[in-house]
Design a binder for this molecule. Structure first.
Ligand code: GLA
Length: 401
């Protein structure tokens, strides 16, 4: 194998790499940050926020659970930590430091531990003078604005594989400028660090964040999700209409999963997992895996649904209809199959009929339908008739017979 391609992470697409070899010059491997498929992993924010429960013991425990619960085998890779990991102040050389109470062994030791499990490690900062939380004692945690080169070098020296870069305290510096500065600083380290832009959709990041010079792997399209149906629905609706802006390695991000956190029913959590997957969204688990209930774990381990999110074609599903609270989304898959999700947004059970042509299928042909939640298959002419409970989503993989 070409020695430059050998330095790429497994999931990378060689197509996105530019290698310039000048006569007599040393060949340079362009640092690249975007795996081709939506990132899968964990982030502590939705389960802990800044509570003291967020500490190195927890994160090591989560990494262990990735292995023992089969999450690594199902494709989850990143163990990411969110706001409140840092010390209040930079050190005397201006370097970021870990909060000594929460992470007494330091961030490098944590990253090493996570890497030893065959996993990747992600960190959080903000493209502002301080991060979003908390304003305790009138001070926030230091942000990256104006410190991009030093912070990126620190992250690389710690073995960081992923940076979520938030938007608080941005001093009204234009977003493109702020996110470009960090993207360039990360690339300059030579370490592939996935760049996750988190400016909540404020500056239409779908128009610029996926392209050079930022070239981020994903960008948030919404405000923060909360663990309730209304919030999940709102983020879904904002994200589903942005399908055309997602391309392989550059994803719309409607925020993290709430599955398992207890504020929604399992029907609603199955909807979140289905909708996020058909939208080729990042699948970042937001619940404490050390105490997860079997039903929630079953949702997160549904390999048929994960395969839709991770389909190599890398296309975000397109909403083909949104009528009276019934949403139909179609995602083309590699090999000519497609996935279809039918979501009943309303508070009452509904009988739904969908014709073959509505979901981009030819009439008069025979198809195999695999129901991705019951795992049962049937054949049919391409039309769908179902009884959908309130807030439920049915999901199929459909192939020509
Ligand atoms: C913002 C982000 C959240 C989380 C918090 C942390 O609100 O959008 O996802 O990272 O900051 O303070």
């Amino acid at each position: 194998m070409n020695r430059f391609l050998r330095c790429l992470p497994k999931a990378a697409t060689p197509l996105v790499i530019t290698i310039t070899i000048a006569m007599g010059a040393t060949p340079v491997m362009a640092a690249q940050s975007a795996p081709a498929l939506p990132q899968m992993g964990f982030n502590n924010w939705n389960s802990t926020h800044c509570r003291p429960a967020f500490n190195e013991k927890m994160i090591r425990g989560i990494a262990n659970k990735f292995i023992s619960l089969g999450l690594r085998d199902a494709g989850y890779r990143y163990v990411n930590i969110d706001d409140c990991w840092a010390n209040w102040k930079r050190d005397k050389n201006g370097r970021l430091e870990a909060n000594p109470k929460r992470f007494p062994s330091g961030i490098k030791a944590l990253a090493d531990y996570i890497h030893s499990k065959g996993l990747k490690f992600g960190l959080y900062s903000s493209a502002g003078t301080s991060t979003c939380q908390p304003l305790e004692e009138n001070r926030g945690f230091p942000g990256g604005l104006g410190h991009e080169k030093q912070d990126a070098a620190t992250f690389a020296s710690w073995g960081v594989d992923y940076l979520k870069y938030d938007n608080c305290n941005n001093q009204n510096v234009p977003a493109l400028k702020r996110y470009t500065a960090m993207a360039e600083a990360l690339r300059a380290t030579g370490r592939p660090i996935f760049f996750s832009v988190c400016e909540w959709g404020e500056n239409k990041p779908w128009l610029w964040a996926g392209k050079p010079p930022v070239d981020a792997g994903s960008w948030r399209t919404t405000g923060d999700i909360s663990d309730n149906y209304a919030s999940m629905l709102k983020n879904f609706k904002q994200n589903v209409v942005l399908a055309k802006y997602a391309t392989p390695g550059h994803w719309n991000d409607p925020d993290m999963l709430e599955v398992g956190n207890g504020g929604m029913t399992d029907v609603e959590y199955r909807s979140q997992f289905s909708l996020w997957s058909i939208m080729a969204a990042p699948l970042l688990i937001g619940t404490d895996l050390r105490t997860i209930k079997p039903d929630a774990l079953k949702i997160l381990l549904n390999k048929d649904v994960i395969a839709v999110d991770q389909d190599p074609l890398g296309v975000q599903g397109r909403q083909v209809s949104d009528t009276n609270g019934i949403h139909v989304i179609v995602k083309p898959l590699e090999g000519g199959s497609e996935a279809v999700a039918v979501f009943n947004e309303t508070d009452t059970a509904r009988k739904v009929s969908i014709s073959a042509s509505e979901i981009d299928l030819k009439k008069g042909m025979n198809y195999r339908f695999r129901n991705l939640w019951t795992h049962r298959a049937r054949t049919g002419d391409g039309s769908i008739k179902i009884d959908l409970p309130a807030h439920a989503t049915a999901m199929y993989r459909i192939s020509r017979l």
